[in-house]
Write a protein that binds this ligand. Structure first.
Ligand code: AMP
Length: 394
C-alpha cells in the first residue's frame, strides 16, 4: 500500500511537525558525522519553500526519560541554522511552555526544533497523552526518520493517530528503492550478507531466499554455515544453537533454486588483533588454534564475479573484522566490486556496511545507502515498519 507523501497534501500556512532522525554522533558538543542532518534537508527545504511553519523533532542518544544537557539537540539546531541559512530556534522543552509558545508564534516559512523527545519516558512507551500533546503543536505530521521507523514510539507512531500523517522525502526514497528491489527487482538479484550473528539475520535470509537469485554469505556468521556442512572452523565464532538452522537454510536455498555461496577460503589469525600472524586456509579446514577473521582472496574473486553479473545488489553486514585494516580486505573487495558495477542498482542496507562504504570512499558510487541499520534489516525481513504503517494511505 503506498503512503501519502508531503507532495500529496497542502502545507502552506500549516504547522507541520516533522519527525527527523537527528541522532548524530557527538564528541563533546561537536557533531562528528552530519549525514543524518543533510539527509533531512530535502524535506525541510520543500516545506519551507512551500510556506509551511516547520516544527522539527528527533531523539538523540539514550537520555532515559529525563533532561540531560549532554543529550540536548542544541548542536543540531546550530548546524541546521548554518545549513538552511536561516534561524532554527530550539525550544527548551518538548511539549512544555517553551515548545507551545515557539510553535504558536512561528510564521510561514519559519522553522524551529523541539528538544530531544527522549527527555520524556513517555516517548518510548508510545504514551497516548504524550502523543496527543505533541500532535497539539501542529496541524500535519510528517515522518522522515527512517532510522527509527521500526520503533512504535510516540513521535514515530502514536502522534500519527491524531494528525494527517504523511512520509517525507527520505522515508519515501528508502521505501521506493528498497521496496522496488524486493517487489520487482531487475535480475539477476544478488544479496550479500555478513556480520556477526546468524541469529540477527535469520529473518532477512529467510525473506530474501524467496526473492533473490543468489545469496553470498561472509563475515563471522559464515562459520556457523561451515560447521553445518561439517567443516572445521577452529576458534572462529560459532553459534552452536544455530547450526541446524544454517543447515535448513542451505536446504531451503537448494529447494528454491537460489545459489547460496559461502566462502571457499578464510583469512585466519592467531589472535584477535591487527598485529596477529595471519594465514589463509580453505573453508572448513581451519586449524584448531586459529580464528577466521575475513574472507580469503579466492572468495573475494568468487563474490566479485557474482556481483559483476548482477543487476540488483543488496548488501548488509561486513565480510570480516573490517575495523582492523588487516581484516578489512574482504569488505573492501565487496564494496569495490559493487562500486565497479555501474549498471546495477546497488543498495547498502545501513549499519556497519554503510559505515564501511563511507569510510572507504565508495559512497557516491552506490545507488542507495540506507540511513537506518535496524529499520532496513526489518524492512528486508519483510516486516511492516510501525512508523510507516501509521502514515495515511494514498
Ligand atoms: P553485525 O552488527 O551483525 O552486522 O556485525 C558486524 C560486526 O561483525 C563487526 O563489528 C565485525 O567486526 C564483526 N565481524 C565480522 N566478521 C567477523 C569475524 N570473522 N569474526 C569476528 N567478528 C566479525
Amino acid at each position: 500500500m503506498s503512503k501519502k507523501t508531503i507532495e500529496d497534501i497542502a502545507v502552506s500556512g500549516k504547522r507541520v511537525l516533522v519527525r527527523c532522525d537527528f541522532n548524530v554522533p557527538l564528541d563533546g558538543g561537536t557533531i562528528t558525522d552530519e549525514t543524518r542532518i543533510t539527509a533531512a534537508l530535502p524535506t525541510i527545504q520543500y516545506l519551507l519553500k512551500n510556506k509551511a511553519r516547520v516544527i522539527l523533532c528527533s531523539h538523540l542518544g539514550r537520555p532515559k526519560g529525563e533532561f540531560k544537557a549532554e543529550f540536548s539537540l542544541a548542536p543540531v539546531a546550530r548546524r541546521l541554522t548554518a545549513l538552511l541559512g536561516q534561524e532554527v530556534a530550539l525550544a527548551a522543552d518538548v511539549i512544555g511552555q517553551s515548545a507551545q509558545k515557539l510553535s504558536a508564534s512561528l510564521k510561514d516559512g519559519e522553522v524551529m526544533l523541539l528538544e530531544n523527545v527522549r527527555f520524556h519516558k513517555e516517548e518510548e512507551k508510545n504514551d497516548e497523552a504524550f502523543s496527543k500533546a505533541l500532535a497539539s503543536l501542529a496541524d500535519v505530521y510528517v515522518n522522515d526518520a527512517f532510522g527509527t521507523a521500526h520503533r512504535a514510539h510516540a513521535s514515530t507512531e502514536g502522534v500519527a493517530k491524531f494528525l494527517p500523517a504523511v512520509a517525507g522525502y527520505l522515508i519515501g526514497k528508502e521505501l521506493s528503492v528498497m521496496g522496488k528491489a524486493l517487489e520487482d527487482p531487475i535480475r539477476p538479484f544478488v544479496a550479500i550478507l555478513g556480520g556477526k550473528k546468524v541469529s540477527d539475520k535469520i529473518g532477512v535470509i529467510n525473506n530474501l531466499l524467496e526473492k533473490v537469485d543468489s545469496i553470498l554469505i561472509g563475515g563471522a556468521m559464515s562459520y556457523t554455515f561451515s560447521a553445518a556442512q561439517g567443516g572445521k572452523i577452529g576458534k572462529s565464532l560459532l553459534e552452536a544453537d544455530k547450526v541446524e538452522l544454517a543447515a535448513s537454510l542451505i536446504k531451503k536455498a537448494q529447494e528454491k533454486g537460489v545459489k547460496l555461496l559461502l566462502p571457499v577460503d578464510t583469512v585466519c589469525a592467531d589472535a584477535f588483533s591487527n598485529d596477529a600472524n595471519i594465514s589463509v586456509h580453505a573453508a572448513g579446514q581451519i586449524p584448531d588454534d586459529l580464528e577466521g577473521l575475513d574472507i580469503g582472496p579466492e572468495t573475494i574473486e568468487l563474490f566479485a564475479a557474482e556481483i559483476a553479473k548482477a543487476k540488483t545488489i543488496i548488501w548488509n553486514g561486513p565480510m570480516g573484522v573490517f575495523e582492523m585494516p588487516k581484516f578489512a580486505v574482504g569488505t573492501v573487495g565487496v564494496a569495490k566490486a559493487m562500486a565497479e558495477n555501474s549498471g546495477a542498482v546497488t543498495i547498502i542496507g545501513g549499519g556497519d556496511s554503510a559505515a564501511a562504504v563511507e569510510q572507504l570512499g565508495f559512497a557516491d558510487k552506490m545507488s542507495h545507502i540506507s540511513t537506518g541499520g535496524g529499520a532496513s534489516l526489518e524492512f528486508l525481513e519483510g516486516i511492516e515498519l510501525p512508523g510507516v504503517a501509521a502514515l495515511n494511505n494514498k
